[in-house]
Every structure is written in structure tokens, then in C-alpha cells.
Design a protein around this ligand. Sequence first.
Ligand SMILES: [Zn+2]
Length: 94
Amino acid sequence: MSDPASRTTPRTFGFVNWTLRPDLDDDAPPTLHSFRCLTLTENDTACAAASEPSADPAEQQSWAFDHMRRNPEHTSYAEVIERPWVMWRHQGPA
Ligand SMILES: [Zn+2]
């Protein structure tokens, strides 16, 4: 054992492993999409206008078209995706 704590712990615990995985459970939070404008303005800073996060990617693309209609030179965007992940605890080999 390389973990110093394991040498001083008076009781023995079974190994517990954690796995980080996308949360696909029915009650998991939704995956959210948003768009952010990457267009540089005249003073070389990003416009940074962004849509509200939504579970519907098509809604976000509508936001980008609306933004470009108001700002015809703003043609560069990033999609930001928030995907729920969860730590899953399981017993490892004894
Ligand atoms: Zn913009």
C-alpha cells in the first residue's frame, strides 16, 4: 500500500471504487445547450452575447439567427453544452 493513511487506520474497509459517468438516469438533470457569440468587436473583445441554456438545441440555433439579424457581422458562435455526470460508487475487488 502506498497510501500512508492505510497504515494507520485501525479497521479494514473493503475497497470502494468510484466511477464518473454521464448521468443517464430518468431523474437526471437535462443536458443543456446554449450559444455564445465569439465575434470580436471593434476594440478586439468578444461580443460574448449568449442565449439562455435550454434542453432544445434547435431553440439555441434560432437565438443565433436572431442575434445575427440584429448584428449582421456577428457570424462566429460557440455551442456550450452542460451534460450531467454522476459519481457511481461500487465495490471493487476485495
Ligand atoms: Zn454578437
